[in-house]
Ligand binder design. Structure first.
Ligand SMILES: C[S@@+](CC[C@H](N)C(=O)[O-])C[C@H]1O[C@@H](n2cnc3c(N)ncnc32)[C@H](O)[C@@H]1O
Length: 173
């Protein structure tokens, strides 16, 4: 699998979840040609923060222009500061540098949190490290596409629907 293909293995998961919940206001850690473009096709508002590669931010800012789109750069874990205490989104997608910190900071700010490149090995190593903040979420990992993508859900009806999809394994938190 090429690097570009590896970058895009979350797309089928984003599309699966969109069939279940029409997320409109999205926050994204890590911008690029896949999730960012998909979100802009379906959402009303996307805030995307690049925290790893400033030149990548410059490139995407120039290439992807939409009045629905706010793109920011903030190095490393300082990106987390853009999620203010009261901020609420329909979905937060984490696909950036420092993704463990970004993911753990996202709990409580959206009923749906999706994390690219989060599979069983990372979960066993304690990637989800703030059990208090993730209380109330159920976690599912899609095992069909590698690198894997995990989904954290709060809504009971969504949880019930995803539990019926054999491509997703529920992971105890
Ligand atoms: C795998 S990319 C995916 C970004 C975005 N979520 C998407 O789906 O398009 C994750 C990170 O890799 C870094 N990156 C650097 N060069 C890149 C490149 N040529 N293609 C994609 N990502 C690149 C960026 O920091 C980016 O935020």
């Amino acid at each position: 699998m090429s690097k570009e293909e590896e970058y895009a293995t979350h797309l089928p998961i984003l599309k699966d979840i969109y069939t279940l919940a029409k997320f409109k206001n999205i926050f994204e850690f890590g911008c690029g040609n896949y999730s960012t473009k998909f979100f802009l096709e379906v959402c009303d508002k996307l805030t995307s923060i690049e925290n790893f590669d400033k030149s990548w931010y410059d490139k995407i800012k120039q290439e992807i222009v939409s009045d629905k789109f706010t793109i920011l750069y903030s190095a490393g874990t300082s990106a987390i500061g853009h999620l203010k205490d009261d901020d609420q989104y329909d979905l937060i997608f984490v696909d950036s540098g420092h993704r463990q910190a970004c993911m753990n900071a996202s709990f409580g700010h959206a009923p749906i949190i999706i994390v690219h490149d989060l599979g069983l090995r990372r979960i066993k190593r304690g990637f989800v490290n703030d059990k208090n903040k993730c209380a109330g979420y159920k976690m599912f990992t899609n095992l069909k596409y590698c690198p894997a993508t995990s989904v954290f859900l709060k809504d009971a009806s969504l949880i019930e629907q995803l539990a019926k999809n054999p491509d997703y394994r529920q992971i105890p938190l």
